[in-house]
Ligand binder design. Structure first.
Ligand code: GLA
Length: 715
């Protein structure tokens, strides 16, 4: 039959008539309610002409494009039965099932389960459309033959129309993650492979195809993301057939997935969305979808000890830091790397999750007790997937180091040669049940001994060996086990900063660390783009020292405060060294964050297209549009001495709003002879329509300064 899934301005129409692999008729704007007859007419009308010098039947894009159906682009599935001479399966439809919302987990509106059969293979395609318009696809392949099936790739694909001729995806490096790159979609395949054993700092993250010139607030866009924390690929393809696709899945090594008779491999979800309102429209769908699946606790202001003390830990020093943190209103104190036995630097002790008796003769108790006494909760840094060769565990179990011994997976892929060291460390072979049990037991012992509310879960190297598939699955198992045993435990996903920011890890963690840089200028850009997929309440945002440790750039306090407000705020700075005026400013900022976090962590992210590269405007508008918080950010010196009004998009056009500047500890630096006159009044009142189209003249901000504006509906 023909299936029509509809939600939140999006339609997905699948023609599953006949015995062929079902064909996607439409994925994009809502087509309205269509009767079965209208759907038949739609599907019939979309059959294209037969091209010259081609197969003798119309070529259509199925949910599993393969050569047997005339497809000469990248196939949805590739692999072979090891004794077979041909590896081009021909699939037929064996079942198509519509699954209504009632039998699916909220917030899914409706789902389809399509079963396809070929000689010696069965494929199941799950397609779900959420209430928020997010479409998820996952494919499972089962070997029904007598012989081992070696899977090369299994990618979910979606059609994009010919007018989606422009592509956006991301790249980056430590600590400059998620930088946008754009290009025209020419004929061919634009592929972004990640072979880091984690998504990596240069991960494609989100691939968007759209109508030329699409922007934050305008244009039709189709975007996809692979919800997986290991090797992966995300791609877009356009061919002379006139068909275009977005595709993605796990990137498998040759021989990594070999299915014996009856065994199944299931792909990660390809998570995608469509919007006719630009990148903010996409972000809105993704955010609502993620929020409906992951209800987070109130995002406590935290202090992380890393850039304050590095490895220089003692109870005395950290109690002093905890006191200074509590004095400015911090609610969670996170002890970073350096607490484990013998961990004097980054060359040793990973894998021994035991408190160092030299730095901590009474264990962590004196610190933890003090933190709790001061009304904060306690968090601890761990890196459970890693091992230092200079550690008790590596000395006692050298074969647990990934690559050192027989690999624990179905196939031995290790010849005894260790991968190159990276940050002086190796990977613990978590797919080895004994290594898994060891690290699990040590973490459980810590969680039982101390009231740990929060683990900062780090992962600081590329795998460069072993099976990324088995390692990622084992990491998920370890996280899932701990979450099941300690249901109140929160986990942060860190990976040398933002090397593991994906919707697979977000299913099991409460926060991601977007980058190791606390440089506010870098952070403006990292939040701007990371928030295109991940809601701000998941994005750790720390107030760092005046001179950023990662870049050496110095910023005034007001810019650092304004920048760290728009996420899950924290401090990563030695607050024992603050001057009284700085302490007051930080305290004011913490209080403001507590006041605004309800709005910031539930509203719609808006990013203005107005202005230029020198001035950015971004904000969060409450779901009911009754309030909003915006930031006007001077990224560089402006071309002109006087810059035009800043527009504030995303408000209710017909409502009247009062706009007031917010002093966040200190006002930004300005370069001007006089403020715009409205400033003396303390606020300005206008309709949402006027704010979006005309805007308000702003004080002339010096470079690398930001002004925060509170917007409140007055009628
Ligand atoms: C990584 C993280 C940092 C910090 C250090 C500790 O680099 O990204 O935030 O936790 O490890 O070694």
């Amino acid at each position: 039959m023909i299936h029509h899934l509809r939600a939140a301005g999006t339609s997905f129409v699948l023609d599953a008539r006949g015995t062929g692999v079902p064909v996607v008729i439409h994925w994009g704007s809502d087509l309205g309610a269509l009767s079965p007859a209208a759907l038949d007419a739609l599907a019939d009308s979309q059959v294209p002409a037969v091209g010259p010098s081609s197969i003798d039947s119309p070529l259509r894009q199925s949910i599993l494009p393969v050569m047997a159906d005339g497809w000469s682009g990248r196939p949805g599935i590739a692999g072979h039965h090891e004794s077979a001479t041909s590896c081009a399966p021909a699939f037929v439809l064996s079942a198509d099932e519509l699954i209504e919302a009632v039998s699916l987990a909220d917030p899914v509106e409706a789902g389809l389960r399509i079963t396809l059969a070929a000689a010696s293979l069965e494929v199941r395609v799950d397609i779900e459309l959420s209430r928020d318009g997010v479409l998820r696809q996952r494919i499972a392949v089962t070997n029904t033959g007598d012989d081992t099936y070696s899977l090369a790739s299994l990618d979910a694909t979606l059609p994009i129309p010919a007018r989606a001729r422009e592509l956006l995806d991301f790249t980056g490096r430590w600590p400059r993650e998620r930088q946008p790159q754009r290009r025209d979609l020419a004929n061919g395949t634009w592929t972004r492979d990640s072979r880091h054993g984690r998504p990596g700092h240069d991960n494609a993250f989100l691939m968007v195809a759209g109508t030329p010139g699409f922007a934050f607030r305008t244009g039709e866009v189709w975007g996809a993301h692979v919800a997986w924390s290991g090797d992966q690929r995300l791609w877009a393809e356009s061919g002379s057939t006139g068909l275009g696709l977005l595709g993605g899945g796990e990137l498998l090594d040759p021989g990594e997935v070999r299915l014996a008779t009856g065994e199944t491999y299931e792909s990660p979800w390809l998570v995608s969305a469509y919007s006719d309102a630009g990148l903010d429209g996409l972000a809105g769908s993704f955010h609502r979808f993620i929020r409906s699946r992951r209800a987070l606790s109130t995002r406590k202001v935290m202090l992380n000890t890393w850039e304050a003390v590095y490895f220089d830990q003692s109870a005395e020093r950290l109690i002093e830091l905890a006191d200074a943190a509590a004095d400015v209103g911090v609610e969670r104190f996170v002890l970073d790397d350096g607490w484990m036995i013998g961990r004097t630097d980054d060359r040793r002790a990973l894998g021994d999750w035991i408190v160092d008796p030299v730095k901590w003769p009474d264990g962590l108790h004196p610190l933890v007790d003090h933190v709790l006494d001061r009304g904060m909760d306690f968090g601890l840094w761990v890196e459970p997937e890693m091992v230092s060769l200079d550690s008790a565990v590596a000395r006692e179990h050298p074969d647990w180091v990934l690559g050192a011994g027989a690999d624990s997976g179905a196939d031995s892929d290790a010849d005894g040669t260790l991968p190159l060291p990276w940050r002086f460390q190796q990977v613990l072979d978590l797919a080895n049940p004994e290594a898994f049990a060891h690290v699990h037991a040590q973490l459980v012992a810590l969680l039982r001994e101390y009231p740990i509310a929060y683990l900062k879960w780090d992962q600081n190297r590329d795998l460069l060996g072993g099976s990324a598939h088995r390692h990622t699955a084992a990491t998920y198992r370890l996280m899932d086990a701990l979450r099941a045993e300690f249901p109140a435990l929160e986990i942060e996903s860190c990976s040398s900063g933002g090397g593991r920011v994906d919707l697979g890890v977000i299913e099991r963690t409460d926060r991601v660390w977007p980058s190791d840089t606390n440089d506010s200028l870098e952070r403006q850009s990292i939040y701007r783009w990371t928030a295109g997929l991940v809601p701000p309440e998941f994005l750790g945002a720390h107030l760092g020292a005046a001179t950023a440790h990662t870049t050496g750039r110095t910023h005034e306090l007001s810019f650092r405060l304004a920048t760290a407000l728009f996420g899950h705020a924290g401090i990563e700075w030695d607050v024992t060294t603050l001057e009284p005026h700085e302490r007051d400013a930080v305290g004011e900022w913490v209080a403001a964050y507590k006041r605004y976090r309800g709005l910031l962590h539930s509203g719609d992210v808006v990013r203005s297209d107005a202005g230029d590269a020198a001035r950015w405007v971004h904000g969060v508008v409450a779901a009911d549009a009754a309030s909003a918080l915006f930031a006007v950010v001077a990224m560089t010196a402006t071309r002109d001495a006087v810059v035009g009004p800043a527009t504030l998009p995303g408000l209710d056009p017909d409502a009247l709003y009062r706009v007031e500047p917010v002093r966040l500890g200190a006002w930004p630096r300005v370069v001007q002879d006089a403020m715009p006159p409205w400033w003396a009044e303390g606020s300005v009142t206008m309709t949402g329509r006027v704010l979006a189209s005309v805007g308000i003249p702003m004080p002339l901000l010096a470079p690398e300064q930001a002004l925060v504006l509170e917007v409140t509906r007055v009628e």
